[in-house]
Design a protein around this ligand. Sequence first.
Ligand code: SAM
Length: 215
Amino acid sequence: MENSFEKYKKSLERRKYTIEYFKEVLKERLLKKDVDYYVDLITPEDYEYYLKNYLGDLEKLKGKLFIDIGAGFGSNVHDFLQKLGVRFINVDISFEALEYLKNQGKGVGVLADALNLPFKDSSIDGCICLNFMNVALENIEDLEIFLGEVKRVLKPEGIFIQSNFGYSKIDKEKILEYLKIFGFRDIKILEPLDEINRELIVENNYDYFAFIAKK
Ligand SMILES: C[S@@+](CC[C@H](N)C(=O)[O-])C[C@H]1O[C@@H](n2cnc3c(N)ncnc32)[C@H](O)[C@@H]1O
């Protein structure tokens, strides 16, 4: 039987080119001052609407500790949550991206692999993860390791928000199936509420996937 360390070692070997690729891309983008967020079809207004419904009261988020996994140069939902008083620790394999976010006042950074999170069990109130799962996870074994880590570090009732735009090696149905296998609850699929984004999706058959779930 393969133990969890061996599984992780194999996963890291599989993902090493992706990791090297992003390290280089983010370094170059920062040099060119190209620090725009990747596309998220769920707008800050959509997040406000969904989170109000999900949590009942957004005041609850004030002072909570979230991690932004694969934070890059940030995201709309990161900004939205920060305005509500959420504190952020950013996790990325790009040193430059973490330094950028710190200098922008967008949270401290931890240089780490998202599949080996350097946080204690049940220590984090929320995880956000934007345009990460689709680009960083190669197969179901990676997904299992990743969801295991998110579940481990979240406090009971901690929330997990993910949104991605574009091709993913793992299909949505599998992700949903595994969220349930890993015991995530109250899974809410997010659809863009913005009329323009909805039309764009239909016209171009855009691929996106977004949800909120709870430990
Ligand atoms: C497509 S970018 C998304 C950045 C940002 N969240 C956004 O939506 O604009 C993917 C990010 O994941 C980071 N990343 C890739 N593999 C990672 C890993 N194994 N652990 C942590 N971060 C990783 C990359 O460095 C990059 O910043």
